[in-house]
Design a protein around this ligand. Structure first.
Ligand code: HEM
Length: 460
């Protein structure tokens, strides 16, 4: 078997380039070796074949339970944080079972329950920022998405335990996102706990304290069952698999942490990027405000969700710098012909969401932020895939889109904001997701009144 070509430099050097800037490393490889190439990050692990061609993405994602599999063990770097029973770290039938239990809270009607929470939390957070005082927009969007996901997961959840848990999770995720922590994830030997001053050790202890609070909550809810609750934890506790079995406490803990982690940092980063682009390019902001002002006061979340230009802005935000740059690994089970290469069982495949989204043939001038491209044509699920696809497609897709749209509408229609520094911001690995390479400072310049749609019509 001949693997696709790829860089010949030692694995350690490839690993260092990967950790420091995976986007530029992938772009350099694609330029030199084309739309399928092989990288080696560790001499003891299998090489990774990276693809960016939509046909290959399709072949992988539509096949990932037949000739291919999507083993959770390949995501073991997440295990120390998410646990052994997380949907992200399990495979096969167990993975399917857990997905079936997890999906209902993220479906259609249920989404409506979260609209008011998203709008209220956004207002609470944004009202803390005073006119004329610069702030880091990512801190603001993180505060929004952490509170929203906490409320979606636990329901109305107040008091010292809720506050403590939110504090722990905020700290934990901030630490998990640091560069040092990511390096440690890749070098498991460094993860041993050397005592309280050790970085990894501190993280572990924070995690144990957060876990204890989550287990306390689960125990209390089992003792005082309340069938009227519609939060995700209540729905998961009531859910039964095909054999009529409920989730165990460990499974519940792992899935709750998975949802809190997967649903917080990702959406916060996407929202921060969206606000950056909207305020960087005046014509984008202007068109968006025109669309929003046509809605009047208190628009219906269902109408917001379908607004064409808002949708185009959110889509382009996740195209240009996708928060998740790769799909989870898929492994070849039976010999597979992919892009002209015969791949043997055991070969590890990664779909590069970033490279596919940067293809000039699909997205002309790919480095330009142009929401209009999403109004002018439709892209297939393998040309545009910010949420992955196949058996591991993002569970929170609709939740994340709803949150982005409602939070943006709330912020833009109630505040005038400006970027403090209009310079270019580039993407950079920020822990488990890809975010801005420097803090994006913004400032509220004034309150904003929604323009009356009637006045608008008469002035046009
Ligand atoms: C803008 C926000 C988000 C982006 C860009 C994003 C992206 C992704 C991507 C690329 C994957 C891997 C898919 C694959 O390998 O095929 C994924 C998986 C996942 N996402 Fe998201 N995500 C976002 C928000 C959320 C939210 C809000 C939640 C939950 C509340 C969530 C929960 C998950 C889970 C549980 C998985 C693992 C699914 C599995 O392994 O079966 N994500 N996401």
């Amino acid at each position: 078997m001949k693997l696709p070509n790829g860089p010949q430099m030692p694995a350690l050097l490839q690993m260092l380039r990967w950790i420091s800037n995976p986007m530029s490393f992938m772009e350099a490889c694609a330029k030199r070796y084309g739309e399928i190439f092989t990288i080696r990050l560790d001499k003891n692990s299998p090489p990774l074949v990276i693809v960016s061609n939509p046909q290959a993405q399709q072949q992988i994602l539509t096949n990932d339970t037949k000739e291919l599999e999507a083993p959770g063990e390949m995501n073991e770097e997440f295990e120390s944080l998410l646990g052994k029973h997380s949907v992200i770290t399990i495979s096969g039938a167990e993975h399917q079972r857990q997905r079936q239990l997890l999906m209902p809270p993220f479906h259609g009607e249920r989404m409506r329950n979260y609209s008011q929470v998203i709008t209220d939390v956004t207002e609470q957070v944004i009202s803390q920022y005073q006119i004329g005082r610069p702030f880091n927009i990512r801190s603001a969007t993180q505060a929004i998405t952490l509170r929203v996901i906490m409320q979606a997961v636990f329901g109305l959840y107040e008091g010292p335990r809720a506050e403590k848990l939110q504090q722990f999770l905020g700290d934990l995720l901030e630490k998990a996102s640091s560069r040092l922590s990511v390096a440690l994830l890749y070098f498991p030997a460094l993860q041993r706990d050397f005592g309280p001053i050790n970085f990894w050790g501190k993280q572990k202890r924070l995690q144990q304290e957060a876990d204890e609070l989550i287990y306390q909550e689960i125990r209390e809810r089992r003792e005082k069952a309340d069938s009227s609750r519609t939060d995700i934890l209540s729905l998961l506790m009531a859910a039964r698999d095909e054999a009529g079995q409920p989730m165990t406490d460990e499974e519940l803990r792992d899935e709750l942490v998975t949802l809190l982690v997967a649903g917080h940092e990702t959406t916060a980063t996407a929202l921060a990027w969206a606000l950056y682009w909207i305020h960087k390019i005046p014509s984008v902001r202007q068109k968006l405000l025109q669309e929003l002002d046509s809605l009047g006061d208190n628009p219906d979340p269902n109408i917001i969700f379908k607004l064409p230009y808002l949708n185009a802005v959110c889509s382009e935000t996740l195209r240009i710098y996708p928060v998740g740059i790769l799909t989870f690994p898929r492994v070849v089970k039976t010999p597979l012909l992919l892009s002209g290469y015969e791949l043997e069982p055991g070969t590890v495949l990664l779909g590069s969401i970033y490279l596919t989204h940067q293809r000039e043939d699909i997205y002309p001038e790919p480095k330009q932020f142009k929401p209009e491209r999403f109004l002018e044509r439709q892209f297939s699920a393998y040309e545009y895939l910010p949420f992955g696809g196949g058996s591991r497609r993002c569970i929170g897709l609709a939740f994340a889109q709803l949150e982005m749209k409602l939070a943006l509408v709330k912020i833009l229609s109630s505040r005038e904001l400006e970027l403090v520094n209009k310079g270019e911001v580039r993407p950079k690995r920020r822990g488990l997701v890809t975010g801005p390479d420097r803090p994006i400072e913004m400032v509220v310049t004034s309150q904003r009144q929604v323009k009356s749609p009637i006045l608008q019509t008469t002035t046009v």
